[in-house]
Structure formats: C-alpha cells, structure tokens
Design a protein around this ligand. Sequence first.
Ligand code: ZN
Length: 246
Amino acid sequence: MKTAIITDIHANREAFEACLAHAEGRVDGYAILGDLVGYGADPGWVVDRVAGLAADGAPVVRGNHDLGVVEGAEPRMNPDARQVVEWTRGRLDAAQLAFLAGLPLEIVAGDYHFVHASPRAPRAWEYVNGIREAERAMAAAKARITVCGHVHQPALYHVGPANRVVRFEPSLDTPIPLRGPRAWLVVPGSAGQPRDGDQAACYAVIDQALARVTFHRVPYDHETAAAKIRAAGLPESLARRLTEGG
Ligand code: ZN
C-alpha cells in the first residue's frame, strides 16, 4: 500500500490539485494531516475534495486552523490567520463545517501515527521544528513512525544509535528506508503554503509494506492561487507568501 501524505493544504486548490495529479498512478490511497483551510481562498472546494477522499477511506486529522473555523480562532493565532479563519467560516456550508468538526486529532494505523502537530498533546499544537521537539514527539508516539504537519518545511528525524535523535535533510524523489526497530518522524511539508523559499507544493509518499518515504515537490500555478487571495480581499502578505515560497 502506497499512501500520499498531504498536509497543510490551507484552502489552496491549485496546490492541492497539483499534488493529487502528481500522486495519481503512484499511490493506492491518501492521508490528509490537517489544516485543510486557513490562508487560502478555496476552502469549500478543498473541504469537499478531502471529504471525498475520507469517504473512500483516507485517514484525515484536524489542524489548528480547522479547529479555529469550527470553535473560533485561538488568541495566540496571528492576526492575518485569525482574519482568514473568520472569513472561512462564512464561506463554508453546514455540511462542510460538520466535516471539519468531526475530524479526530490523531489516527494510529499499524506502524504509523498520523497527527497534525505532535503526538505529545496533539491539541497543544507544538511545532516539531528541532531535535528536542522531535525527540519528545517520538517518545510520545503510539507507533514507530510519526507523520505530522503544522511545520511548513519538509523534515525527517530518526532515533539513531545510542538513542540520539538525528535530523536528515530529505532528498527529493528518492525512496528513503525508515528502518526499524527505532522510531522515525516524517514531516512532508506544506502543500498549500511552503515556507522554505521554494514555491512548489510539498507532499510525500509512504510505502507501508516496505517502510519507505519519498519526498516530492510539485510546481503549481501559485500566481492564480495568490490572485484569488487578493480578489477575496484577504491579507496581501498571504498572497505574497505563495509567490515567494515563504
Ligand atoms: Zn499549517
């Protein structure tokens, strides 16, 4: 079974469609790791498409922006993000809001723990952006391989010899073995709002049978996605992030 892991779509239809098209024929299924909405101008389309994948059996977990749309933005969310969360709520119908409200915070399936932020208190939305955070995340994980989003840059961590956590720079388009028995943590990076200076959408393919991960970058029409953000009257900084990749 090969699964395309797509996370932090952030209502970016163009990026999501590009990832789905790239994954088509390479994978048997999908997993979506939260933040379906927020920042981008196509929340309804993205929620409907993800709901379709979920109906076909895809694991889907909830991100902090999804929660914000359903329950109100958290005070610590930055002002631009809060503005879009409020705007997004007005753009979704009852069924779309109910879908977001029903998403679980985490899903454990065999060797894999899928979560938006960190297995350590998933609702605390901790950023796994360093060795210490990765170590704590893997210690709390309920499976050998943790796969998470929230951090908008691809990353790969492993518990190596002497239980030291190592960070790898993930190479693209090459399967990387997630060898046992020790833990791994995979961050595919954001599909809809990459923040590492590269505009191309991020996603990863996990081959469950062989325990391998392949990181991909998919160029997409980020100018159109940015133009839609401007046309919707959403903050200019969010449009610029797509055209600059960060
Ligand atoms: Zn996000």
